[in-house]
Design a binder for this molecule. Sequence first.
Ligand SMILES: [Fe+2]
Length: 291
Amino acid sequence: MTDIVTLPVTIWDQHIAEAEQDLAVDVLERGDVLFFPQLSFPMQEDDGYLLSPTVAGDGKNVSLDPATRSLRGSRGNDVELRGLKNMMQRFAASSLGLIRKLLPCYETGLEQARTSFRPVEIAGRRTSWRKDDTRLHVDSFPSSPIQGKRILRVFSNVNPRGESRDWRLGEPFEQVARRFLPALPAPLWGSARVLNLLGITKRHRTAYDHYMLQLHDRMKADLEYQSQAAQRAYAFPGGSTWMVYSDLVSHAAMRGQYALEQTYHLPVSAMRDPSRAPLRILEKLLGRELT
Ligand SMILES: [Fe+2]
């Protein structure tokens, strides 16, 4: 069962003792959640108006591309958009401060990816089953193949009323993979090339991306699995922060409004124990290389 391991960090770039750094890497790589109940992201006075779901237009979140420094999915006037971008940039910098102090062993391989702001209430949101994140899943995205890299995510609940963000956490990755892999089709020969040529994927969809996407979809599509799989519920209070390898940890977000999230990518080779990567676990079970 997924564990929630608490660390008493209160400041984003606080010095962290070596023993705690060691613990943090182990917790994350084995597929548990690292929880910082006293680490809140400070909103500034003029961020108040950003706490309206309308800044995300008709979507569920706003994202900030680290390469182009541009916002996607946002709606508002110039002043509002500048404020929104500023808040998201501050979160990106804060999360990087935390990672540098907490996980210095990842320093060389780590890439800061997208920042997202999630101002829309999860409960009652209407969406297709594939996009429904209230169903247990591991993260994998159809248009953004990651070619075996890890997805490490930092979440902060910035709900102004202190309301929690409620998750479910499922069974360990290897158990999920053993359950679904036997029924998954192998990638069709040439399909990755066609998807890339048509611009459906941003880069080549490797066999690893294919299997992760299949796992994501089969988990979400199987309602019996959703209710029967071993799982636990956990409520992350307003003003708290947590960190997880979301490609490894089966998770579902059930309820909550206003969160910030920063994604990092990490090559498997930069992990302390690469054998714990979803890539290596799938390769072991399938008996072949996947990237
Ligand atoms: Fe997810």
